[in-house]
Design a binder for this molecule. Structure first.
Ligand code: B12
Ligand code: SF4
Length: 562
């Protein structure tokens, strides 16, 4: 007997190793905690978009929702869209929740609310999987990807859904093959509440960057789904109206051969949907070594790729074992990706042992030279289950102080690292500099993108209504009330003259978030690392953009350094 999924039992082949038939009916409430606002969550853009309330639907818990045994009822609430109510909690027998380290305060809050309603809580996902000891308050912890532990979990709940005296930790030893994963429970979400849809093709990464917990959590040998599973998921998301879909794989080219096998299916799928859905993913800079993959990505309407650049300093890249970034000059690699119409978003880190007084200037130079609009800069944090954590622990350099934004005893004074980080952010997201980088992309990258064969097909009454409503918000917030009006209008008229209406929306929305969020960073309203435990006040969408960047002096390169 197979583990019959609640809604997609057709996706589970009959020879599945995971078998379970429940004896009782149960009600499962899947609750996704709120994100902390960050560069990566785009919250400020939502006020320009009407129905959108959150960045992406969470794949992990939607998988679990789809795997809940047949006959059990399941509900899903994403607290980024709306908070769970008392009646949601009272309805449930058991609450399932998940999250990243950054969401840990919100996870504890969900557990407390569920307990007040008398319900037991099962916690899974990346944070609990790598640091279950941080969650003594959860009733059951599910460590790792779905597999034998999930089967044991359902058995336990079937026997008794109530809270037990002692916490149980269930660890997956045998993962469910990705080819046997059901379609995530997309039917439980309203995709129009999200900026992007999500799919997962592969899991795991073959590299071993010192600071990263992916190899320990998801393995070094990438496993992947059948292309047919992805096409089915994309069909569901496109039919529901997702304008854009993000591949949540750690590294889209972790197994380049598998990527090669998937891409022709994506190209054919885009023919069917006339390129209505833009695609994006995360990959290493090693992508530039595969022109055949890049050409197919272009044909499949991939427009954005997030790359962990980490630092432009070779000595640091060597020390953290990010050698894939040393194979070719980074700026050359970015140029290559741009010629396929792909805009690169860069992840950058400050606080490495090799950082010197010059590092912030080197990073600022890189931001200018690369002309990448989105550069997420964080200070280093040692995550549990990483070689970095083990090394620093052995050296006595792990600090437990919830008032700091990193748990690392840096070689430079902590205050200096944070000040440098603020200065880099202030310079990077000074509105003029950001809009200049977008202007460069509009000339250098976007013209290489594939165009719709029948652009007028997009002009449905629904799309037009949406576009007019967004345009009026853009004009109000960016064109009239912001302190970067001049840059907005200059971009607006340039793109309008060239007939690039889509660019206007993309650029203005993302830029609005980046500028507002950077101003929060510079004014000290955020954390310098997205892992910090200290509770942060969630900013709220502001009506007016103030001159936050002026709080911190800009970086001025010392002429002798050049
Ligand atoms: C997409 C993504 C994002 C998205 C959105 C995530 C979302 N909606 O959930 C965005 C861009 C917002 C994001 C941002 C960040 N992210 Co991120 N992100 C990812 C990524 C690439 C994919 C997430 C995903 O969908 N995975 C696929 C699903 C299927 O995997 P999963 O969630 O682990 O779920 C499986 C199991 O865990 C289990 N499971 C999950 N939940 C539950 C619940 C129950 C009850 C049960 C039984 C089982 C279960 O079942 C699932 C199937 O096997 C992961 C890497 C990864 N491989 O997961 C990083 C990752 C989750 N992100 C990470 C980090 C650090 C960040 C940032 C802090 C980065 C930064 N420095 O800015 C920011 C924080 C943003 C914020 N302010 O909140 C870390 C988290 C580390 C940790 N251990 O907590 C990861 C693991 C990557 C890494 N090591 O760097 N991220
Ligand atoms: S390439 Fe990315 S996912 Fe892979 S180990 Fe390095 S940081 Fe982690």
């Amino acid at each position: 007997m197979k583990l019959l999924s609640n809604n997609q039992s057709d996706m589970m082949p009959p020879d599945s190793a995971f078998h379970f038939t429940p004896r009782h009916t149960r009600r499962i409430l899947c609750l996704f905690p709120e994100y902390a606002w960050s560069f990566a969550t785009f919250n400020y853009a939502f006020q320009l978009m009407g129905q959108v309330k959150a960045f992406m639907p969470p794949q992990g818990i939607l998988f679990v929702a789809a795997m809940v045994p047949a006959g059990w009822e399941v509900r899903f609430v994403d607290e980024n869209v709306r908070p769970a109510t008392d009646s949601d909690l009272l309805w449930a027998d058991v609450v399932f929740t998940t999250g990243m380290h950054i969401q840990r305060e919100q996870i504890h809050d969900i557990i407390a609310r569920a307990h007040r309603a008398g319900k037991s809580v099962v916690l899974g996902g990346p944070s609990a999987s790598s640091a279950p000891e941080w969650y003594p308050d959860a009733d059951i912890i599910h460590c790792g990807e779905v597999g034998d532990a999930t089967y044991r979990l359902f058995e336990l709940i079937d026997r008794s859904p109530g809270r037990s005296q002692e916490q149980k930790i269930l660890r997956t030893v045998e993962r469910l093959p990705m080819t046997e994963l059901p379609t995530p429970a997309y039917h439980l979400i309203n995709i129009r509440n999200y900026l992007l849809g999500t799919v997962q093709f592969s899991s795991g990464c073959p590299l071993t960057c010192e600071f990263c917990d992916i190899p320990a959590l998801y393995g070094r040998r990438p496993r992947h789904k059948h292309p047919e599973q992805i096409i089915k998921e994309l069909d569901i998301l496109a039919a529901a109206g997702a304008p854009s879909v993000y591949f949540v794989d750690d590294n889209f080219i972790g197994d380049p051969q598998a990527t090669r096998e998937l891409l022709p299916h994506l190209v054919a799928w885009q023919e069917k949907w006339d390129g209505q859905v833009r695609l994006s993913c995360e990959a290493t800079l090693g992508l530039a070594k595969h022109p055949d993959i890049l050409a197919q990505m272009r044909d499949a309407f991939f427009t954005n790729v997030f790359c962990g650049i980490e630092t432009p300093e070779p000595v640091a890249l060597r020390a953290i074992k990010k050698t894939v970034n040393l194979q070719k000059p980074i700026l050359e690699v970015i140029d290559t990706l741009n010629t396929y119409g792909i805009e690169v978003a860069a992840g950058l880190i400050m606080g490495f042992d090799s950082d010197t007084e010059q590092t912030p200037l080197v990073i600022a130079d890189f931001i200018r030279a690369s002309q990448l609009p989105i550069q997420t800069v964080n200070i280093l944090y040692a995550l549990p289950k990483t070689p970095l954590y083990d090394r620093l622990k052995a050296a006595g350099r792990i600090v437990c102080d919830d008032h700091r934004d990193s748990n690392i005893q840096f070689l430079q004074p902590y205050e200096q690292v944070v000040t440098n980080w603020r200065r880099v952010i202030a310079g990077a997201y000074e509105p003029k500099a950001l809009y200049q980088r977008y202007a460069t992309q509009a000339k250098k990258t976007y013209p290489h993108r594939r165009h719709h064969e029948y652009p007028l097909r997009q002009a449905t009454p629904r799309n037009l209504r949406r576009a007019f409503s967004m345009l009026s918000r853009l004009i109000w917030y960016a064109g009239l009330r912001s302190n970067y009006r001049a840059e907005f209008w200059s971009m607006f008229w340039t793109q309008l003259r060239q007939g690039q209406i889509e660019n206007i929306f993309q650029i203005a929305m993302v830029a609005h978030h980046l500028i507002c969020y950077a101003q929060d960073c510079v004014a000290g309203r955020t954390h310098a690392s997205n892992y910090a435990k200290r509770i942060r006040a969630q900013p709220t969408a502001r009506d007016e953009i103030t001159d936050g960047n002026k709080v911190v002096p800009q970086l001025v390169r010392n002429p002798t350094v050049d």
